[in-house]
Design a protein around this ligand. Sequence first.
Ligand code: GLA
Length: 388
Amino acid sequence: MTAEFRRLYPSAEGLRVFRAPGRVNVIGEHTDYNYGFVLPMALDLAAYVATAPSGDGKLRIYSEDRKEMREFDAAGLADLAPAHHWTDYPIGVAQEAIRAGYPIEPANLLIRATVPDGSGLSSSAALEVSSALAFLAGRPIDPLELAKLCQRAERNFVGMPCGIMDQYISVFGREHSAVEIDCRSLGHRFVSLPAGVAFIAVNTMVKHALAGSAYKDRVRECAAAVEILKTRYPAVESLRDVTPGMFEPAAHLLPDVVMRRARHIVTEDVRVNRFVEASQSGDLAAMGRLLVESHRSLQYDYQVSCEELDFLADAALPIEGVYGSRMTGGGFGGCTVTMLRDEAAANFRERISSAYQDRYGLVPRIYDCKPSAGAGECKNFETIPALV
Ligand code: GLA
């Protein structure tokens, strides 16, 4: 990556490289903006940002995979409006950094991303967090503030009313562990998954256009549910506060669609907690069942799945060694995550890939989900992977 940097820019004096990972969410989908629980793991797929001072007042950003260079006046960053372009992610982060009291120094940036775009593996948060670290260039920041700053960039500048999960796990990921995040307290605990078990993400290779608008609809529908449930339970501030025992007698107060959205969130929070318990007691069958229940709830109640995701989740289940499978991330395309016996992985990859090709004529990309460390500086440039 340093060689590419030198080819692109006249000076690599003071070059530093920062990395931030993508993630796969094991369970707890769409619960984050309802202040509930999620259980993601950071991946070894990541965004890398190389940066060195430009010395000429400019901020230049080059994306290797898009082969595109953009140039900005560093002094004018705070006044830029969104351009509906990939640069909205770093520029949104720059604006939030400036607001948080970190002026942006003129610099040349080179971005390399190994997290596939539109895969539901959180390429956006990886880009936000790695850009933030590059802009900070070693200035200290509290890790939680870093995650929140990047979430604000996505909400305020990119215009996606996302929860905190993706930015949080990109910052707080840890090798060999999934991370259970309480999206209200913003605390977390590390969850080591049972030995002998693998998690594999399979990419539908599609992203349906509905994704952005449907996400906003779900956020609104959940807020509508809260407003109505409050009339019965005044202490309820978010769906996180509603237990299944409270929900059942009040469900009839909600219009059908809103009721189903809320039912997904209320039951999904319980599934996250059960999954963690089952993982701790090594109950692999229960873990698998919870993954399938989560998928069904996203498919029928929350309605954020799609035909291709349903196909992959269903086709995984009869394959030897599979415990469970579900869509992961925002939905409407992207990946499924499948939990299976370690030794069953090679056969699984072959079978799921040929089933998907037979059905859709697309070769799904398949990723081993190896829990990896959260964001930081890459001191050893040799460890930066080549562009895939
Ligand atoms: C996207 C958002 C996250 C989360 C997931 C769904 O990835 O960025 O905040 O809401 O969807 O769980």
